[in-house]
Design a protein around this ligand. Structure first.
Ligand SMILES: O=C(O)CCC(=O)CC(=O)O
Length: 271
């Protein structure tokens, strides 16, 4: 497998089905690898503010989902199996045996898949603002149809901002909110539609009980997308999982950065 540099610091590899996936490695190579997976409609830049503090303890591996950021955008719906295999193939390409995996929202869905189907690649797991099932199907069908309409993106971006940030941050034209809006607007509608299909079709409410990796679940008290109840269910289903509920909406990594990073690093570095 060859890797190619696309933009400074970002590399790419090609998956078994011919899709170029962009990724980035940061930090000292003697530290444990921490793989980060994103919320839908964002790129690996969504972790930019947290990267410096995380590299104090970890070698960070970030990547862009197919259909997002610097990765290719195949047509049609994506399956969760395919999104999971993209990660397995990325680790294979980099010859990395095991990682800690921190996934937020769709990232937490991919992280659950990895811990169920490729547990030998996972050391510890952090599942933030995510769920093992998100219904109803019709909601995702409606969103997929809407995002594929011409000129849909400004309205779709506004929907994400309302779901992801509290009104207090949105009112102030907060630079973080605007940077996330820009990330959404830079995402191809097909990438969002393809990934929503993976969320529509997934149901790990039973299989999550097979996860045997040490797991921290983080939920947001005011998260309107992945509700605190979703986090509670995950923590009850995964044997031995711990649950922290933070007073945030959907993106605690940026809304309450210090508390989020403290929870993550304390859990991942615990002996
Ligand atoms: O944010 C995600 O990764 C999945 C949830 C979603 O697409 C709906 C939303 O964020 O509003």
């Amino acid at each position: 497998m060859t890797t190619t540099e696309t933009k400074p610091g970002a590399l790419e590899f090609t998956t078994g089905d011919g899709v170029r996936i962009a990724y980035r490695f940061e930090g000292a190579d003697d530290k444990p690898v921490l793989l980060l997976a994103n919320s839908i409609a964002t790129s690996m830049d969504m972790w930019e503010g947290q990267a410096a503090r995380l590299t104090e303890h970890f070698r960070l591996l970030r990547y862009d989902y197919r259909g997002h950021g610097g990765s290719d955008t195949p047509e049609g719906p994506y399956s969760l199996d395919r999104l999971g295999r993209d990660v397995v193939e990325l680790l294979d390409a980099l010859r990395i045996e095991r990682v800690h995996f921190l996934g937020l929202s769709l990232g937490g869905i991919v992280a659950q898949w990895m811990a169920i189907y490729a547990p030998e690649r996972i050391d510890r797991l952090v599942l933030s603002n995510t769920a093992s099932h998100l219904g109803p199907t019709e909601q995702w069908e409606g969103l997929i149809a809407a995002v594929l309409q011409p000129d849909s993106m400004p309205e779709i971006a506004e929907m994400f901002m309302k779901n992801w940030f509290p009104a207090s941050m949105r009112k102030l034209d907060h630079p973080i909110v605007e940077s996330f809006r820009a990330m959404v607007l830079a995402t191809r509608p097909q990438g969002i539609a393809g990934s929503w299909a993976a969320i529509r079709d997934m149901d790990m409410r039973r299989t999550a009980s097979l996860i045997d990796r040490p797991t921290l679940v983080i939920a947001g008290e005011q998260d309107p997308v992945t509700l605190p109840e979703h986090g509670e269910l995950l923590a009850q289903t995964i044997p031995g999982a711990e649950l922290i509920v933070l007073p945030t909406a959907h993106l605690p990594n940026v809304e309450l950065e210090s508390a989020f990073l403290e929870a993550v690093t304390e859990f991942l570095r615990r002996l």
